[in-house]
Design a protein. Structure first.
Length: 218
């Protein structure tokens, strides 16, 4: 079982399900030719897709177009269903930064056929995680900057307040669809600037005051 590492703590939290939100920044939706959604676009990754800062992203043999997507990741701290705003806020246990690696060529073919994105999103090493900071140790303002660089060059850089659906609204919506449980993770979407990575690339992701991670593509 994969676990979450907590900053300044020896505590380990077992990861449950990984829920992801797509198209949560208007400019990112537009850069991929998608409509800006009226509700969060939700999909899942398996916990087996997780690796950690310092690890290697393995380029699958069935893709030639893997993209980086840097995201704020929420750690859920209690079981909730049909949460109101207060309950949704209380359910957030911590924050981290993550990479939702995406096989864009595979995804585009699946979309054309009306098929789910799972193959393009759930492959081994497709979810890279930092250590997490607990909410009791840091209050998220959404004024924090999220960024990603490849080989030292900035590719993505945006304020978290540019999200179409902020964390509480995301949690409310997801919990209206199915129960969120302690240990679940929510990837909250990526800003504009996604792009292709190559074998040998070094990636560095950061959310100011929260977390950072680095990894390589092989």
């Amino acid at each position: 079982m994969k676990t979450i590492n907590i900053k300044n703590s020896s505590e380990k939290i077992t990861i449950g399900k990984i829920v992801c939100v797509g198209r949560n920044y208007a400019e990112h939706a537009k850069e991929l030719g998608n409509e800006v959604p009226e509700k969060p676009v939700v999909f899942l990754k398996p916990a087996s897709s997780v690796i950690y800062s310092g690890g290697e992203i393995i380029y699958p043999s069935y893709s030639n177009d893997m993209h980086h997507e840097v995201e704020l990741v929420l750690l859920i701290g209690k079981n909730i269903k049909d949460a109101d705003e207060k309950t949704a806020e209380e359910a957030i246990a911590g924050y981290g930064v993550g990479l939702d690696m995406t096989l864009r060529d595979v995804q585009n073919e699946l979309k054309k056929k009306g098929h789910p994105w799972t193959i393009a999103k759930g492959f081994d090493t497709s979810a890279v995680l930092s250590d997490f900071i607990l909410k009791r140790d840091y209050e998220l303002s959404l004024n924090e900057e999220i960024s990603l660089s490849v080989n030292g060059g900035i590719r993505q850089k945006e304020k978290l307040n540019m999200m179409l659906f902020p964390p509480v609204k995301i949690i409310q919506y997801i919990s209206s669809l199915f129960t969120l449980e302690e240990g679940d993770l929510i990837f909250t979407g990526t800003p504009k600037g996604v792009g292709k990575v190559e074998r040998g690339d070094s990636l560095f992701a950061k959310i100011e005051n929260i977390a950072e991670l680095n990894c390589k593509v092989s």
